[in-house]
Design a protein around this ligand. Structure first.
Ligand code: DOR
Length: 427
């Protein structure tokens, strides 16, 4: 039986902030209050730190099964725990893809085996993410899958997407779209704009995202089925989602840390580290993403953690796969870049994504007696420098190497156990 006391922290949750200790036993919070009596429980010092519900990342690529040279569920889970995440949604573009119950159960079981955070498998919208036939939603839903996506690509066929939404609605599952009209992005390596023209590189126009956001908002209006929009990257996408929410459509949205922290100008280096899908965009888009997070149009901060081996990322820009690491830098980027109240930042990292992933029973819960003990202890003032070799991920493709960031996770408690203590993973 694990017993912990988190001592001297400032609790921050849906109820606001207060100075308090937290006692944990057998996976649950057993006492919350100032100066809890000392017992034989392990003490975690939280002086100068905030204690919040654990973070939940709606968007990670853990690469297992299929690309274990880039990441495994264990190494990705370790990165998640170090980033303060107690739950992550694993994207389905694995090999084999997560379009069947046995692969989904394998992913979940590997997460349990690693024991560092909850790994929540997503399911594919279409079989093999091929965009031709629907995946078996009923079986996958019975196996506990709630979010379905073809992430890595969007569902191109509008008729099929309509049928997917109609099939999803009675099951109470949620489809999450990677918005990209593929016929507009063939061969693209970066955002289509001034920088791209100057460099003479093939561009990924904003409209390729916006057309699919527009189409899917109309399909949501038609079917009444809920939908989640993945990694929004353009100002117009944010405006469309804002208007649709005002109208009452049942939609949610996320933005990644790199889409509010980095611009397309970085591609002037032609370094594949900065190639990502959707691409890094302009300062005006970044301002819109930040405004969308601040006013709640965008519900959640996600990472789109996308490890790739050095061999892959050293290919020429046109051939290198898109994607960048994100789990261990997410909190610091949010704190450094976003001009939002701390409670709103933590909401977008914790209880709002927990609700979208349908894990609010276990994650993102207010810090009170009997809540499951999934907690993050972080220091908003700690500064640190990103050293790729020191990250837990098997891959090194962080775009922040050498950057000094503010804000660091000190401890992470998962299922009542200390999986990160003083910034060090415990397993
Ligand atoms: O940059 C990206 N990388 N975007 C995606 O949609 C897929 C991901 C990956 O799997 O590497």
């Amino acid at each position: 039986m694990t017993r912990l006391i988190i001592r001297n922290g400032t609790l921050l949750d849906q109820h606001g902030t207060r100075r308090s200790d937290v006692a944990i036993e057998d996976g649950r919070i057993t006492a919350v209050g100032p100066s809890l009596p000392r017992t034989d429980a392990r003490e975690l010092d939280a002086t100068g730190c905030h204690v919040s519900p654990g973070f939940v990342d709606l968007h990670v690529h853990l690469r297992e099964p299929g690309k274990e040279e880039a990441e495994t569920i264990e190494t990705g889970s370790r990165g998640a725990a170090l980033g303060g995440f107690t739950a992550v949604v694993a994207m389905p573009n694995t090999t084999p893809p997560q379009d069947n119950v046995s692969t989904v159960e394998f992913v979940r079981a590997q997460g349990v085996r690693a024991g560092l955070c909850e790994v929540i498998p997503s399911g594919c919208i279409t079989l093999a993410r091929a965009g031709e036939a629907l995946a078996p939603y009923e079986a996958l839903s019975r196996a506990g899958v709630h979010l379905f996506t073809d992430d890595g690509s969007g569902v191109q066929n509008a008729g099929l997407m309509r049928r997917a939404l109609e099939a999803a609605k009675p099951l109470g599952i949620v489809l999450a779209q990677h918005c990209e009209v593929a016929s507009l992005t063939a061969g693209a390596v970066m955002h289509e704009g001034a920088c791209c023209c100057r460099l003479g590189l093939p561009g990924w126009p904003s409209i390729a995202e916006e057309l699919m956001v527009h189409r899917d908002l109309e399909l949501v209006r038609l079917t009444g089925a809920p939908m989640h929009f993945l990694h929004l990257s353009t100002a117009k996408s944010v405006a469309m989602v804002r208007a649709a929410k005002a109208e009452g459509l049942p939609i949610t949205a996320e933005a990644t840390t790199h889409h509010f922290a980095l611009t397309d100008e970085l591609l002037a280096s032609k370094d594949p580290l900065f190639k990502v899908n959707p691409p890094l965009r302009t300062p005006a888009d970044i301002a819109a993403i930040k405004a969308g997070l601040a006013d709640g149009t965008i519900d959640a901060i996600a990472t789109d953690h996308a490890p790739h081996s050095a061999a892959q990322k050293q290919l020429p820009l046109a051939e290198a796969p898109p994607g960048m690491l994100g789990l261990e830098t997410a909190l610091a980027l949010a704190l450094t870049e976003l001009d939002m109240p701390l409670q709103d930042i933590v909401a977008a990292l914790s209880w709002k994504p927990a609700a979208i992933a349908r894990v609010s029973e276990r994650h993102g819960r207010a810090i009170e007696v009997s809540s499951p003990a999934n907690l993050t202890v972080f220091d908003v003032n700690a500064t640190w420098t990103v050293v790729p070799e020191q990250l837990a991920s098997k891959s090194r493709n962080t775009p922040y190497a050498g950057k000094t960031l503010r804000g660091k996770v000190r401890h992470t408690v998962f299922n009542g156990g200390a999986v990160v203590v003083d910034g060090v993973a415990q397993r």
